[in-house]
Design a protein around this ligand. Structure first.
Ligand SMILES: [Mn+2]
Length: 435
């Protein structure tokens, strides 16, 4: 009996190991994180030090915090998901515990220390050693780059005083180390983060699948008298059921005149026959976002005026996607969308740019706005016609239409990562008939 029990435990642990590894193949590997740290390190001049702190908890209301989200660059370099962590990069190196190290990772977690695979020039230290090591590393540094998400602007409105915590910290450091220049670390990361690895693309593709499942559920559920929050629930149900961390931002479900408000997220309106509803949503899966918008008719059928405007937006989107390839700029993309919409006579109803990068952040960071293979960005033209637009026939007024896909730049052109999410009018109407 005992032997069988032991055998069972062994078999079960092998099974879990396999299950865990399979799950892991979607995640960013420890090697990839270590590679990213080495890449950043080797891009730095020898007199440079980079210091980074993790993100902090943010208060929602008395004693209640928002769910924790790691600061994006910290996440990019470690995969760690906790607050009160630090990293120091020192290309010159510093002798610690009998060897010269260039990267110092600070944590209190045994688990993180055990799981994190470090290179020969890296060391994991307890947080209690941070101040001592930081001071030592700074003694010979010329430039210090800081990523300090908690040192931000504070408005002391009682004394009518604006307090810039990061500027004050910088001033004090520069006084203490007269040869030191303190700079913001943010611009260091764009050139690495802008190119997505295979593993990153797999995670984004996962987030797209859950978001698409949600949009499909919402399209099939939508009818007159449905509330906006019901569609939000449909979409977020599929995201969370799929294992997403959370929606990457508060889902935007804007119907009727709410479709004209770009960042409307109250989602409290009951939808009426004849309305359009803009759904701008994206899951965050294992740290990676996607960003998809679909605009659908609440009744299940677009009106004639809605069809006309919708097809102009769709054409603008298709024309932009056609020109996407390495060497093209974001400005070129904007110009192309504008050209199509202006030609159709709706130029004055453009309200936003046609693209932004997507990745760890839903509005991700790039170092340059010229496209390179491996970049992912949205293509999202929109037309928004206010109710008082008296230059245009009345059945064209009072609605907004946006269509948004996520596009990967390839060597020869591009690939629409969200291509399975229907956007042709007949595809949407067909799906909405399937209740
Ligand atoms: Mn977007």
């Amino acid at each position: 009996m005992r032997l069988i029990k032991i055998l069972m435990i062994v078999l079960l642990s092998i099974f879990f190991e396999i299950a865990f590894c399979q799950n892991d193949s979607f995640s960013i590997s420890q090697n990839e994180y270590a590679g990213r740290r080495q890449q950043l390190l080797s891009s730095l001049d020898s007199g440079t030090v980079v210091v980074m702190r993790s993100g902090d908890y943010k208060m929602r209301s008395n004693d209640v915090e928002y769910r924790y989200r790691q600061e994006s660059n910290f996440l990019y370099l470690t995969g760690w998901r906790s607050t009160n962590r630090y990293i120091i990069f020192s290309p010159a190196g510093f002798e610690t515990d009998g060897k010269r190290n260039n990267v110092f990772l600070f944590t209190t977690s045994q688990e993180e220390s055990k799981q994190t695979k470090i290179g020969t020039n890296e060391i994991i230290c307890n947080i209690s050693r941070f101040q001592e090591l930081f001071k030592s590393v700074l003694t010979n540094a010329k430039t210090l780059y800081i990523s300090a998400p908690d040192l931000q602007f504070v408005n002391d409105w009682l004394n009518d005083k604006k307090i810039f915590l990061d500027k004050n910290a910088k001033k004090e450091l520069e006084q203490r180390y007269p040869d030191l220049k303190v700079k913001n670390a943010l611009p260091l990361f764009g050139k690495f983060r802008e190119i997505k690895s295979e593993a990153e693309l797999r995670l984004m593709q996962k987030s797209i699948v859950f978001t698409w499942n949600g949009l499909k559920r919402a399209m099939m559920d939508c009818k007159p008298d449905t509330w906006e929050y019901e569609l939000q629930a449909d979409i977020e149900y599929e995201m969370m059921h799929g294992g997403a961390d959370f929606p990457s931002w508060t889902s935007i479900i804007g119907s009727g005149e709410n479709s004209l408000i770009l960042h409307y997220d109250d989602n409290r309106r009951q939808m009426k026959n004849g309305d359009l509803v803009v759904m701008d949503v994206g899951a965050e899966y294992d740290g990676y976002a996607c960003d998809i918008t679909r605009t659908i008719p609440v009744s299940g059928k677009f009106t004639k005026a809605q069809t006309e405007v919708y097809n102009i937006v769709l054409k603008a989107q298709e024309e932009v996607i056609k020109i996407v390839k390495p060497g093209i700029t974001m400005k070129d993309m904007d110009a192309k969308a504008k050209e199509v919409i202006v030609q159709a006579g709706f130029g004055k109803f453009i309200r936003h740019g046609v693209t932004h990068p997507v990745g760890i952040d839903v509005h991700d960071i790039w170092a340059s706005d010229t496209l390179r293979a491996g970049m992912v960005m949205t293509v999202e033209p929109g037309i928004y016609i206010p109710t008082d637009a008296d230059s245009i026939a009345s059945d064209f007024r009072g609605f907004g239409i946006r269509i948004e896909d996520d596009v990967l730049v390839t060597e020869s052109g591009c690939e629409v990562m969200t291509k399975n999410v229907p956007k042709e009018i007949d595809e949407i109407e067909r799906l909405m008939r399937k209740k």
